[in-house]
Every structure is written in structure tokens, then in C-alpha cells.
Design a binder for this molecule. Structure first.
Ligand SMILES: Cc1cc2nc3c(=O)[nH]c(=O)nc-3n(C[C@H](O)[C@H](O)[C@H](O)COP(=O)(O)OP(=O)(O)OC[C@H]3O[C@@H](n4cnc5c(N)ncnc54)[C@H](O)[C@@H]3O)c2cc1C
Length: 464
């Protein structure tokens, strides 16, 4: 769906009020942005965090578990501030342990509402100026530097001036406006389809896991052995393809081949990851509206399917949809290094590694209703250069829109890795502010040492 204008209208030149002037400005308060802002503010710099929605947390608030805190060999590889955040959630009984999973490496369940309040509380403690209901719309450039950004809110258009900007919008909104080259999707522009998550309550999850364990020929699960369900009372199920086929044959419209269910922290809650709308462009509001509407329309048949075909759902009912359509993929910056599928699958190490990841390539294919999964067997590094756009000197990028190929993005997109790149970007931004204001010129060895000194994990520097 195109987003071409009808025609152009000339706006009169205007003087825009400056709402704030800060050392570091983070745009987008998802997993990457929340952690980036905390990291940048730790040393006492002035930090603002701009968020378009009414709450912080991004996709941490749509009923998803955080995947990838552990490596494929079961070792904790995401530590530092992301772990501190999980520890604070645990105090509120709003996060689980990191649970190994044969398919998803590890899952950490979080309570969406608690994410919003705990993240806000931690940001407040760090002194971050959190600006909610404020949409980033454009940049004010001064040569090859961003002098500030423009935001739009109920107060109209305002500017925020900053020495270093960190783009954590997931969509590379700041980078693209600043002229950074970006790519979208695969070679044909195809992007992983979005999903509107929703929650079922009153599910007999004990019955579900009993059936998965005891009747694996009837209830076939992808990759996870039946015994796993005997040992784990919180889990993700991916599979039950035959049940979907039977429901489709009976006339239900289901746009995915796989049943994907995630038990919630509260007994009987199950989050459902099964709506799927192909062809949505998450950077185009018209396309987003079509996607949101279509995904919402799909829910009723999926609910019927669950109640009629999946054990444990007989007495369950629909409780709520997530607050927004979950977007898996849009723009990625073309930065100083573009991470590739081969880097992931060869467990590549980088001298400028700022995070370690282990999550497989998990690509919901743009053109059909299935998924490609590829594991590397161990860990791979994320290089600092993938956070650095060429051309714009005082900009860093963290989260799912760092510099990768379509395939590598399908691995680094999980929220633990996004938080780790957020921490690295926040600390790098603070170092740059204390120096020449240029993230590309900081001493990466010092950044790496600081990440480890503050509790982070990097291969070769952290104790193994
Ligand atoms: C359906 C689905 C299932 C997934 N499953 C899992 C899973 O089980 N586990 C897992 O770990 N990961 C999962 N992922 C991937 C993961 O959720 C994302 O890749 C990750 O959240 C990206 O983090 P981020 O901080 O880069 O962006 P986001 O989480 O998207 O956060 C970006 C934030 O920036 C804000 N923002 C964007 N543009 C602007 C703007 N112009 N102005 C102001 N604010 C702005 C947004 O409102 C949002 O709060 C899934 C993703 C989807 C969509």
C-alpha cells in the first residue's frame, strides 16, 4: 500500500519553541530505549526520553516473553542493566526466572502492566526526563550533526536540542529523517508480518501440558520434546499444525500454520501469537490501520479454534488484545558494519563486540504462513559499528533497527538483545558527550571495559 501525497502544500517558515536542551536524547521507549536512557543517565548527564505512546516498554507490554537471556548452552549472556530491570520486576512478582527452552533458547515471562510502571519508576530514579504522548517527527540538522529533534504533541510542535541522539524507535525514524541510508525487508522489500497479540484467561494449562506430554502423536509440537512439558509449568507451545488444518477444513479462517501459545505469569492466562497480516508496512499509517483492523478481525476465529481444538481451552475466554499491533520488521540502518546471516550462523566474534547473543534466526516469512529457524549452536557478537550510522556524526541506533541484513535482523530482534544494544548505545552516548560528542570517535575498548565493569557480559572480558 503506497503512501503517496495527493499534492504538496508549502508550510510557512516558523520559529519552534525549544522544550528542553539535554546531553543525550533517546527517541523511543521500547526495550532498547528504556535501557539506553537509564545507561546514559547513570553518570549524572541530562537525558530525555521521547515516547509517542502513553506508556514506556514498547513490545515488552504486548504479552511477549523476553527471549534470549541465556545462550543455546544455557549460560547467562545478557546481564548488566537488562538483568537489573528483570530483578526489579521480580521484586513485584512480575518476572519469572530465565527458563531454558529447546526452541526459543530461553524465555523470561514478564507482566505487561508491571513493565510499564517499573520501567517508569527506574527511569525516574535515574533522573531521565520521560516525555510521553510525544511523537518524534523530524530532525534539525547542522551539517552532518543533529542539532535537535522536532516532536509533536497536544502542545503542538516543539524542539529538543541534544548533543547526542540515540534512535530506539524500532523503525529508524530518526536515522531516516537525518538522511541515513536504510533498508526495509528482504530483496523484494518483503517484511516479516505483524501480529496483534491477545490474551485468553481461564485456560487449564495443566491439562494442556499433560496432553502435550502424553499425546505427542495427536498434539505435535515443533522442536520441543514432549518430556519438556512434563517438567515445565510455564512454556511456549509452537505447533499443533494438524489441529489448525482440521479447523481450517471446518471453515475457520486462520492465517498461520502454527499454533503459538505463551503461558502468562498468572495461572490460567495464555497469550496467543497467531494473528498474522501479510504485506503490512509498519512505517505507513494507512497500511498499519489495515493491519490492525484485519488482525482484530482474525481474533474471533482463532478463539473458536482454541476452544474447540486445543485441550485446556474448553472453559477459557478472550480477555484482551494487546494495546497495539506488534511490528516485527521495518527499516534497518545501513551502518558502519552490516551484520549478516553468516555472522550469526558462524558464531562470529568481533573486536568491537558490545553485546553477545545466541538467539537463532527466527524469520516469519513475508510471503507464506510459516517460519524459517536456523541455530548456530552457541553465541555470536554484536559489533559496535552496527550501532553507528555513517554520515550523521552524533547519532547512535539501538534495538531491532541496527545495521543488519534481513536474516540477521531475524536473530538480533529479540528483546534481551535489544536491551543489550540499548545499554551499549546509552553508555557510548554518555562517553561521547564527555569527549568530542562523536560516538564514532570514542575508544571502544573503554566502552567494552565499562560495560563489563557495570555487570555486562562480553566474551573474552567476562569470566567464563
Ligand atoms: C508479534 C511479535 C512477537 C515477538 N515475539 C518475541 C518474543 O516472544 N520475545 C522477544 O524477546 N521478542 C519478540 N519479538 C521481537 C521484539 O518484540 C522486538 O524486536 C523488540 O521489542 C524491538 O525492540 P525495540 O526497543 O527496538 O523496539 P520496540 O519494542 O518496537 O519499541 C519502540 C518504541 O519506540 C516508540 N516509537 C516509535 N517511533 C516513535 C516516534 N516516531 N516517536 C516517539 N516514539 C516512537 C514506540 O512507541 C515504542 O515504544 C516479537 C515481535 C513481535 C512483533
Amino acid at each position: 500500500m503506497r503512501n503517496e501525497p495527493l499534492c504538496l502544500v508549502q508550510e510557512p517558515a516558523r520559529a519552534t519553541p525549544v522544550r528542553a536542551e539535554v546531553d543525550v536524547l533517546v527517541v523511543g521507549a521500547g526495550p532498547a530505549g528504556v535501557i539506553a536512557a537509564m545507561a546514559a543517565a547513570e553518570g549524572g548527564l541530562s537525558v530525555a526520553l521521547v515516547e509517542g505512546r502513553s506508556f514506556v516498554g514498547g513490545n515488552l507490554t504486548i504479552g511477549l516473553p523476553v527471549l534470549g537471556f541465556l545462550s543455546q548452552k544455557g549460560k547467562p549472556i545478557i546481564a548488566g542493566l537488562p538483568q537489573k530491570f528483570i530483578d526489579r520486576l521480580k521484586v513485584e512478582h512480575a518476572a519469572s526466572e530465565h527458563r531454558p527452552c529447546p526452541l526459543h533458547v530461553s524465555l523470561t515471562l514478564v507482566e505487561p502492566e508491571a513493565v510499564k510502571s517499573v520501567a517508569m519508576e527506574m527511569l525516574r530514579e535515574c533522573g531521565v526526563d520521560v516525555m510521553l504522548y510525544s511523537m518524534f517527527t523530524d530532525v534539525v540538522m547542522d551539517g552532518d550533526r543533529i542539532r535537535g529533534v522536532l516532536i509533536e504533541s497536544k502542545a503542538g510542535r516543539e524542539a529538543i536540542l541534544a548533543r547526542v541522539v540515540v534512535d530506539c524507535t524500532g523503525d529508524a525514524d530518526v536515522a531516516v529523517r537525518a538522511g541515513v541510508p536504510c533498508e526495509k525487508g528482504d530483496e523484494q522489500g518483503g517484511m516479516q508480518p505483524p501480529t496483534l497479540m491477545f490474551c485468553m484467561v481461564g485456560v487449564d494449562t495443566e491439562k494442556l501440558r499433560r496432553c502435550l506430554r502424553n499425546a505427542p502423536e495427536t498434539y505435535r509440537v515443533d522442536f520441543i520434546p514432549p518430556a519438556y512439558f512434563g517438567q515445565n509449568d510455564r512454556f511456549i507451545v509452537v505447533g499443533l499444525r494438524q489441529q489448525i488444518q482440521a479447523a481450517q477444513a471446518a471453515g475457520l479462517v486462520i492465517a498461520t500454520e502454527r499454533t503459538i501459545l505463551i503461558t502468562g505469569l498468572r495461572q490460567g492466562d495464555v497469550w496467543v501469537n497467531m494473528t498474522r497480516v501479510k504485506g503490512v508496512d509498519g512505517t505507513n499509517p494507512r497500511s498499519l490501520a489495515v493491519g490492525e483492523t484485519e488482525a482484530r478481525r482474525q481474533i474471533s476465529d482463532i478463539v473458536r479454534y482454541l476452544i474447540e481444538y486445543v485441550p485446556g481451552f474448553e472453559q477459557a475466554h478472550f480477555s484482551k488484545a494487546a494495546p497495539f499491533l506488534g511490528i516485527r520488521e521495518t527499516r534497518r540502518i545501513v551502518g558502519r558494519y552490516v551484520m549478516t546471516r553468516d555472522d550469526v550462523l558462524s558464531c562470529r566474534r568481533f573486536d568491537d563486540a558490545i553485546a553477545v547473543a545466541s538467539y537463532p534466526i527466527d524469520l516469519h516469512r513475508p510471503d507464506d504462513n510459516d517460519c524459517t529457524l536456523e541455530w548456530c549452536g552457541d553465541c555470536y557478537d554484536i559489533p559496535y559499528r552496527s550501532l553507528l550510522p555513517g554520515g550523521v556524526m552524533n547519532l547512535l541506533v539501538a534495538g531491532r533497527c541496527i545495521s543488519t541484513t534481513h536474516e540477521a535482523m531475524a536473530a538480533i530482534r529479540v528483546m534481551s538483545t535489544c536491551m543489550a544494544t540499548g545499554e551499549a548505545a546509552g553508555r557510548a552516548a554518555a562517553m561521547a558527550v564527555r569527549g568530542e560528542g562523536l560516538p564514532a570517535r570514542i575508544d571502544v575498548a573503554v566502552l567494552r571495559a565499562e560495560l563489563v565493569a557495570r555487570g555486562g557480559y562480553l566474551r573474552g572480558l567476562s569470566p567464563d
